[in-house]
Design a protein around this ligand. Structure first.
Ligand code: AMP
Length: 413
């Protein structure tokens, strides 16, 4: 029967077979965050629309056309969060975190929403994992957060990943450069894509992100921000590179790197993977020294990143074996059911993973099911008591049910 309802366009279900890989990713990340002192934070899945308009920037694609915005019953405009940094900065200010020892190091994961054209690796609801170090302008903080994502990629074994590094300078310092870039683009606006041409005045950096042939040709001889960093920004950038070297983190400098959000200053970075198609970025981020001030908080330097969970899983593309079970309990007849359910409950409470037949299968069917779920042992209740079968060794012996825990977990006996 054809399904009447399907998941909305650009969304997907995560099915049980896909959970082990996802869980491994989240557990690896949790370990990496914990050992570097990044503590978890959860913010709401929706926020006031104005937070993103002000935080992400009204010239960005995200704010201009990708937000899921709705009015609540009190006629307030709310938006399903398209990204995590602005909400975390909102929480930082709202909870007075500037009074805590700085920087405040935070990590998060959860769903995000952007009304983009769906394709492989690009969805309308996706999941990100991310980290932020708020309250330090030291290049050490840049390297601290970058190393977290580097370690995650390394420890998960993502093949073919590469770190690209750039700098956007500080907002003040890049004003002059932006004027120069605008006049370069204006002079050749006929060669640009309509989108880029329309946005020369409000978001000229966007041109660096375009895959339009004409735009690429114009960009090929555009002035580069990296060549014009002011002294303080150049020093910061040089120090980040030195420290990455000291931490043995490989990178290449990408003088055309830009990001799709307005708030970045100084360091920006991106981890790309050659196994992914057009959507080749696993994750990226940078410094956003002006954002908290812009949201009405005290001027606070900060740096962070977000990575797409689905992108990482696509790049890994290898099944993670689901964990097997310790025990499957099979019953020969009705009368053994009670003993089976009592034992299953007790063993589960002792920490064993135990399954029991819920489908009224024949004995043969139950043993096949035990095999299917990868049970290391099967206990068969019959008239005479119970038989424990070691499924790998294909050996069996009569046992008392009370012995099972000790036999399967000798250390807990
Ligand atoms: P951004 O928040 O735009 O800096 O993106 C950070 C990371 O989130 C990207 O590198 C992707 O891995 C992931 N990402 C962003 N947008 C999407 C999307 N629409 N679908 C899936 N992953 C996404």
């Amino acid at each position: 029967m054809a399904a009447e309802f399907k998941a909305p366009r650009g969304t997907f279900d995560v099915l049980p077979d896909q959970m082990p890989a996802r869980r491994r990713l989240l557990e690896t990340a949790a370990r990496i965050f914990a050992r570097a002192g990044y503590r978890g934070i959860i913010t709401p899945d929706f926020e006031d629309t104005a937070l993103f308009e002000r935080g992400v920037g009204s010239s960005t694609d995200i704010v201009r056309k990708e937000m899921f915005t709705f009015e609540d019953k009190g006629e307030r405009s709310l938006t399903l969060r398209p990204e995590g940094t602005a909400p975390i900065c909102r929480a930082y200010v709202e909870h007075g975190m500037q009074k805590l020892p700085q920087p405040v190091k935070l990590s998060y994961s959860g769903p995000f929403f952007r009304h983009e054209r769906p394709q492989a690796g690009r969805y309308r609801q996706f999941h990100q994992i991310g980290a932020e170090a708020i309250g330090s302008d030291s290049p050490l903080a840049d390297v601290d957060v970058i190393s977290l994502l580097g370690d995650l990629i390394e420890e998960l074994g993502v093949p073919g990943a590469e770190l690209r590094l750039g700098s956007l300078g500080s907002i003040e310092a890049r004003k002059m450069y932006l004027e120069e870039l605008k006049s370069h683009l204006r002079a050749r606006s006929g060669e640009l894509s309509d989108e880029v041409a329309e946005r020369i005045e409000i978001n000229p950096l966007r041109a660096f992100d375009s895959d339009h042939q004409g735009t690429k040709a114009v960009i090929a001889d555009a002035p580069l921000l990296l060549d014009q960093l002011d002294e303080a920004d150049a020093e910061h950038f040089a120090e980040v590179q030195q420290l990455l070297g000291a931490a043995s983190i490989e990178f290449t400098i990408d003088s055309t790197l830009v990001r799709g959000l307005d708030y970045y200053t100084r360091t920006i970075f991106s981890f790309v993977c050659d196994r992914l198609g057009a959507q080749s970025e696993i994750g990226g981020g940078g410094r956003y020294d002006g954002l908290i001030g812009q949201l009405g908080g005290p001027d606070t330097p900060a740096v962070g990143w977000a990575a797409g969970i689905e992108r990482i899983l696509l790049a890994l593309d290898e099944p993670v074996e689901p964990a097997g079970r310790d025990l499957f309990i099979a019953v020969a007849g009705e009368s053994e059911r009670r003993r089976a359910v009592a034992l299953a409950t007790e063993l589960r409470r002792s920490g064993l993973s135990v399954e029991i037949d819920l489908a009224g299968r024949s004995m043969k069917g139950q043993l096949r099911q035990a095999d299917r779920i990868g049970a290391s042992h099967t206990l068969v209740f019959d008239d005479g008591g119970a038989v424990l079968r070691d499924m790998d060794r294909r050996e069996q012996r009569r046992v008392e049910p009370s012995e099972v825990l000790g036999l399967l977990r000798p250390e807990s006996a």
